[in-house]
Write a protein that binds this ligand. Structure first.
Ligand SMILES: Nc1nc2c(ncn2[C@@H]2O[C@H](COP(=O)(O)OP(=O)(O)OP(=O)(O)O)[C@@H](O)[C@H]2O)c(=O)[nH]1
Ligand SMILES: [Mg+2]
Length: 227
Protein backbone atom coordinates (compact mmCIF):
# COMPACT_ATOMS: atom_id res chain seq x y z
CA UNK A 1 0.00 0.00 0.00
CA UNK A 2 1.35 3.42 -0.96
CA UNK A 3 0.27 6.41 1.09
CA UNK A 4 0.97 9.77 -0.45
CA UNK A 5 0.89 12.71 1.98
CA UNK A 6 -0.23 15.95 0.40
CA UNK A 7 -1.20 19.28 1.87
CA UNK A 8 -0.32 22.95 2.12
CA UNK A 9 3.24 24.03 2.96
CA UNK A 10 4.13 23.32 6.59
CA UNK A 11 0.93 21.34 7.18
CA UNK A 12 2.96 18.62 8.93
CA UNK A 13 3.56 16.06 6.15
CA UNK A 14 7.18 15.36 7.06
CA UNK A 15 6.47 15.16 10.80
CA UNK A 16 3.58 12.78 10.10
CA UNK A 17 5.68 10.52 7.85
CA UNK A 18 8.31 10.46 10.62
CA UNK A 19 6.05 9.78 13.61
CA UNK A 20 3.40 7.67 11.88
CA UNK A 21 6.25 5.56 10.45
CA UNK A 22 7.65 5.03 13.97
CA UNK A 23 4.16 4.09 15.19
CA UNK A 24 3.70 1.51 12.40
CA UNK A 25 7.14 0.05 13.14
CA UNK A 26 6.11 -0.36 16.79
CA UNK A 27 3.06 -2.29 15.55
CA UNK A 28 5.52 -4.52 13.64
CA UNK A 29 4.16 -3.39 10.31
CA UNK A 30 6.66 -3.54 7.49
CA UNK A 31 6.83 0.14 6.60
CA UNK A 32 9.17 2.30 4.53
CA UNK A 33 9.50 6.06 4.30
CA UNK A 34 10.10 7.73 0.98
CA UNK A 35 11.26 11.31 0.53
CA UNK A 36 10.22 12.85 -2.78
CA UNK A 37 11.04 16.40 -1.69
CA UNK A 38 14.26 17.30 -3.48
CA UNK A 39 14.33 20.75 -1.86
CA UNK A 40 14.37 19.67 1.78
CA UNK A 41 17.65 20.16 3.64
CA UNK A 42 17.10 18.32 6.92
CA UNK A 43 14.72 15.47 7.62
CA UNK A 44 13.83 14.27 11.13
CA UNK A 45 13.75 10.65 9.91
CA UNK A 46 16.09 8.59 7.78
CA UNK A 47 14.26 7.90 4.51
CA UNK A 48 14.51 4.38 3.11
CA UNK A 49 14.27 5.87 -0.37
CA UNK A 50 15.48 9.42 -0.90
CA UNK A 51 15.08 11.27 -4.18
CA UNK A 52 17.99 13.53 -3.17
CA UNK A 53 20.34 10.66 -3.92
CA UNK A 54 19.46 11.28 -7.57
CA UNK A 55 18.94 15.05 -7.67
CA UNK A 56 18.47 18.09 -5.47
CA UNK A 57 16.73 21.40 -6.05
CA UNK A 58 20.12 23.06 -6.60
CA UNK A 59 21.30 20.44 -9.08
CA UNK A 60 18.12 20.84 -11.13
CA UNK A 61 18.34 24.66 -11.03
CA UNK A 62 21.91 24.50 -12.26
CA UNK A 63 21.49 21.79 -14.88
CA UNK A 64 18.32 23.19 -16.45
CA UNK A 65 18.91 26.86 -15.71
CA UNK A 66 15.67 27.16 -13.76
CA UNK A 67 14.46 29.13 -10.77
CA UNK A 68 13.34 27.31 -7.61
CA UNK A 69 9.69 26.93 -8.65
CA UNK A 70 10.54 25.75 -12.16
CA UNK A 71 13.07 23.34 -10.70
CA UNK A 72 10.48 21.83 -8.35
CA UNK A 73 8.08 21.36 -11.27
CA UNK A 74 10.95 19.73 -13.22
CA UNK A 75 11.51 17.39 -10.27
CA UNK A 76 8.17 15.73 -11.06
CA UNK A 77 9.46 14.72 -14.50
CA UNK A 78 12.63 13.38 -12.91
CA UNK A 79 10.59 11.45 -10.33
CA UNK A 80 8.64 9.88 -13.21
CA UNK A 81 11.96 8.91 -14.83
CA UNK A 82 12.77 7.07 -11.56
CA UNK A 83 9.41 5.29 -11.66
CA UNK A 84 10.88 1.82 -12.06
CA UNK A 85 13.42 2.29 -9.26
CA UNK A 86 10.79 3.67 -6.90
CA UNK A 87 8.11 1.05 -7.58
CA UNK A 88 10.64 -1.79 -7.43
CA UNK A 89 11.79 -0.55 -4.07
CA UNK A 90 8.29 -0.13 -2.65
CA UNK A 91 6.99 -3.52 -3.69
CA UNK A 92 8.82 -5.25 -0.84
CA UNK A 93 7.01 -3.27 1.87
CA UNK A 94 3.56 -3.68 3.35
CA UNK A 95 3.05 0.07 3.51
CA UNK A 96 5.05 2.98 2.11
CA UNK A 97 4.70 6.51 3.48
CA UNK A 98 5.53 9.04 0.79
CA UNK A 99 6.60 12.52 1.81
CA UNK A 100 5.93 15.16 -0.80
CA UNK A 101 6.89 18.87 -1.13
CA UNK A 102 4.38 21.43 0.17
CA UNK A 103 3.94 23.16 -3.17
CA UNK A 104 0.56 21.81 -4.18
CA UNK A 105 1.11 23.07 -7.74
CA UNK A 106 3.16 19.91 -8.21
CA UNK A 107 0.13 17.75 -7.52
CA UNK A 108 -2.48 19.73 -9.41
CA UNK A 109 -0.81 21.91 -12.05
CA UNK A 110 1.65 19.47 -13.58
CA UNK A 111 0.65 17.64 -16.77
CA UNK A 112 2.08 14.45 -15.24
CA UNK A 113 -0.36 13.19 -12.67
CA UNK A 114 1.11 11.75 -9.48
CA UNK A 115 -1.64 9.17 -9.44
CA UNK A 116 -0.08 7.59 -12.56
CA UNK A 117 2.81 6.62 -10.33
CA UNK A 118 0.99 5.63 -7.18
CA UNK A 119 -2.57 4.69 -8.09
CA UNK A 120 -1.98 0.96 -7.82
CA UNK A 121 -2.73 0.22 -4.17
CA UNK A 122 -2.28 3.91 -3.48
CA UNK A 123 -4.17 6.39 -1.37
CA UNK A 124 -3.61 10.12 -0.99
CA UNK A 125 -3.96 11.69 2.45
CA UNK A 126 -4.72 15.41 2.29
CA UNK A 127 -3.75 17.36 5.39
CA UNK A 128 -5.96 20.19 6.64
CA UNK A 129 -3.72 21.93 9.18
CA UNK A 130 -5.61 23.04 12.29
CA UNK A 131 -3.75 26.35 12.44
CA UNK A 132 -5.32 27.28 9.08
CA UNK A 133 -8.82 26.46 10.31
CA UNK A 134 -9.80 29.58 12.16
CA UNK A 135 -13.37 29.84 10.88
CA UNK A 136 -15.83 28.32 8.44
CA UNK A 137 -14.41 30.29 5.50
CA UNK A 138 -10.97 28.82 6.19
CA UNK A 139 -12.53 25.38 6.33
CA UNK A 140 -14.38 25.85 3.03
CA UNK A 141 -11.27 27.25 1.36
CA UNK A 142 -9.09 24.31 2.42
CA UNK A 143 -11.79 21.81 1.50
CA UNK A 144 -12.01 23.34 -1.99
CA UNK A 145 -8.27 22.82 -2.42
CA UNK A 146 -8.73 19.29 -1.07
CA UNK A 147 -11.52 18.76 -3.59
CA UNK A 148 -9.31 20.02 -6.44
CA UNK A 149 -6.57 17.56 -5.46
CA UNK A 150 -9.12 14.74 -5.16
CA UNK A 151 -10.62 15.66 -8.56
CA UNK A 152 -7.23 15.88 -10.24
CA UNK A 153 -5.83 12.60 -8.94
CA UNK A 154 -7.20 9.27 -10.07
CA UNK A 155 -6.79 7.56 -6.73
CA UNK A 156 -8.67 7.41 -3.44
CA UNK A 157 -8.15 10.55 -1.40
CA UNK A 158 -8.93 10.92 2.30
CA UNK A 159 -8.48 13.98 4.45
CA UNK A 160 -7.32 14.47 8.01
CA UNK A 161 -7.00 17.49 10.27
CA UNK A 162 -3.30 17.73 11.08
CA UNK A 163 -1.66 19.54 14.02
CA UNK A 164 -4.87 18.73 15.88
CA UNK A 165 -3.30 19.77 19.19
CA UNK A 166 -3.93 23.32 17.91
CA UNK A 167 -7.58 22.58 17.17
CA UNK A 168 -8.93 23.94 20.43
CA UNK A 169 -7.44 27.29 19.56
CA UNK A 170 -9.27 27.39 16.26
CA UNK A 171 -12.95 27.67 15.52
CA UNK A 172 -13.52 24.57 13.41
CA UNK A 173 -15.72 22.94 16.01
CA UNK A 174 -18.01 25.97 16.28
CA UNK A 175 -19.04 25.56 12.65
CA UNK A 176 -20.71 28.95 12.43
CA UNK A 177 -21.38 29.64 8.76
CA UNK A 178 -20.45 33.22 8.10
CA UNK A 179 -22.37 34.09 4.95
CA UNK A 180 -24.62 32.67 2.25
CA UNK A 181 -21.84 32.06 -0.24
CA UNK A 182 -19.88 30.05 2.35
CA UNK A 183 -23.06 28.08 3.09
CA UNK A 184 -23.55 27.34 -0.63
CA UNK A 185 -19.96 26.22 -1.05
CA UNK A 186 -20.21 24.07 2.07
CA UNK A 187 -23.22 22.34 0.55
CA UNK A 188 -21.35 21.67 -2.71
CA UNK A 189 -18.39 20.27 -0.78
CA UNK A 190 -20.58 18.00 1.30
CA UNK A 191 -22.45 16.74 -1.77
CA UNK A 192 -19.39 16.18 -3.92
CA UNK A 193 -17.22 14.21 -1.52
CA UNK A 194 -17.98 10.78 -0.25
CA UNK A 195 -18.85 10.87 3.43
CA UNK A 196 -15.85 10.38 5.61
CA UNK A 197 -15.59 10.69 9.36
CA UNK A 198 -13.36 13.44 10.65
CA UNK A 199 -9.98 12.12 11.70
CA UNK A 200 -7.60 14.36 13.62
CA UNK A 201 -3.89 13.68 13.91
CA UNK A 202 -1.18 15.36 15.87
CA UNK A 203 2.13 13.85 14.88
CA UNK A 204 3.96 16.04 17.36
CA UNK A 205 1.83 14.71 20.24
CA UNK A 206 1.70 11.25 18.64
CA UNK A 207 -2.10 11.18 18.54
CA UNK A 208 -4.61 9.88 16.01
CA UNK A 209 -2.37 7.25 14.38
CA UNK A 210 -4.70 4.30 14.95
CA UNK A 211 -7.62 6.23 13.39
CA UNK A 212 -5.43 7.30 10.48
CA UNK A 213 -4.37 3.70 9.86
CA UNK A 214 -8.03 2.56 9.83
CA UNK A 215 -9.00 5.41 7.52
CA UNK A 216 -6.30 4.49 5.01
CA UNK A 217 -7.50 0.88 5.04
CA UNK A 218 -11.13 1.92 4.62
CA UNK A 219 -10.16 3.90 1.54
CA UNK A 220 -9.63 0.55 -0.17
CA UNK A 221 -12.87 -0.91 1.08
CA UNK A 222 -14.87 -1.80 -2.01
CA UNK A 223 -18.10 -1.88 -0.04
CA UNK A 224 -17.74 1.90 0.05
CA UNK A 225 -19.15 2.34 3.55
CA UNK A 226 -16.96 5.10 4.93
CA UNK A 227 -19.44 6.46 7.43
N1 LIG B 1 1.61 22.09 16.96
C1 LIG B 1 2.01 21.18 16.05
N2 LIG B 1 2.98 21.48 15.18
C2 LIG B 1 3.34 20.55 14.27
C3 LIG B 1 2.74 19.27 14.23
N3 LIG B 1 3.29 18.58 13.21
C4 LIG B 1 4.20 19.38 12.66
N4 LIG B 1 4.25 20.58 13.30
C5 LIG B 1 5.15 21.70 13.03
O1 LIG B 1 4.80 22.32 11.79
C6 LIG B 1 5.99 22.76 11.11
C7 LIG B 1 6.02 22.15 9.72
O2 LIG B 1 6.12 20.74 9.85
P1 LIG B 1 6.61 19.82 8.65
O3 LIG B 1 6.40 18.42 9.08
O4 LIG B 1 7.97 20.22 8.21
O5 LIG B 1 5.56 20.23 7.53
P2 LIG B 1 5.58 19.88 5.97
O6 LIG B 1 4.17 19.82 5.53
O7 LIG B 1 6.44 18.70 5.74
O8 LIG B 1 6.29 21.17 5.39
P3 LIG B 1 6.83 21.37 3.86
O9 LIG B 1 7.42 20.08 3.41
O10 LIG B 1 7.85 22.46 3.98
O11 LIG B 1 5.63 21.78 3.07
C8 LIG B 1 7.17 22.33 12.00
O12 LIG B 1 7.54 23.43 12.78
C9 LIG B 1 6.59 21.23 12.84
O13 LIG B 1 7.23 21.08 14.10
C10 LIG B 1 1.73 18.96 15.21
O14 LIG B 1 1.16 17.86 15.29
N5 LIG B 1 1.40 19.97 16.07
MG1 LIG C 1 8.03 18.41 4.39
Amino acid sequence: MKVLFLGPAASGKTTLVWKFGDYLKEQEIDVCRVNLDCAVKMLPYKPDFDVREFFTLESIMQKYNLGPNGALMKSIELIFELQENILNFLKDFEISLIDFPGQLELAIFHPLKLSELFKEKGVAVFLLPADLLQNSKDYVFLKLINLAVDYRLDMPCVHVVSKSDLLEECMLRKKEIEDDFTAQLMEIIEKSQSAQRLVCVSPLKEKGFEELYSLIHEAFCTCGDME
